[in-house]
Design a protein around this ligand. Sequence first.
Ligand SMILES: [Zn+2]
Length: 199
Amino acid sequence: MYEGAVQDLIDELGRLPGIGPKSAQRIAFHLLAAEPVDVERLAATLQRVKAEVRFCRTCGNVAEAEECRICRDPRRDATVICVVEEPKDVVAVERTREFRGRYHVLGGAISPIEGIGPDDLRIRELLSRLEPDSIREVILATNPNIEGEATAMYLARLLNPLGVRVTRIASGLPVGGDLEYADEVTLGRAFAGRREMPV
Ligand SMILES: [Zn+2]
């Protein structure tokens, strides 16, 4: 549609999640019209996030050091682990202020359609945390959709024989929804109402 660099920018923006062709075009022309200093700041921020942000070696959350802020915090209960799919879900649960334990980020959910199996998720890393940290409860807070439920079921079957209490957050959450879009009250209640997961 457009020449060279402008079309490249529209194509790159269009590859981002939630950005359709029209939005990509609108953002591209916004950037073209913007002050050079603003565009440079955006470009520098993009480069900095890739250079500086990594994933916590313990829980898989985003971190700016070897371990994330939550894993380094001695006031957080290290005997309870909340398992979530993505770092953005950590933020969603933190917003509820219901949870004072630690997290484990799987990096996705089991999805046969997308070819994602248990080996593609950080499940081995989760198992390796159970023994040394003497975990007494694992809360499964994967998304309340088909993939999230399948992942929770898989983990419950895996963890139950190991003698750790396995709970699933209650739904009160919209089925088919996404943790990050739930309001604090709904997600907070879902947390408070968690129960043993039947296997
Ligand atoms: Zn961490």
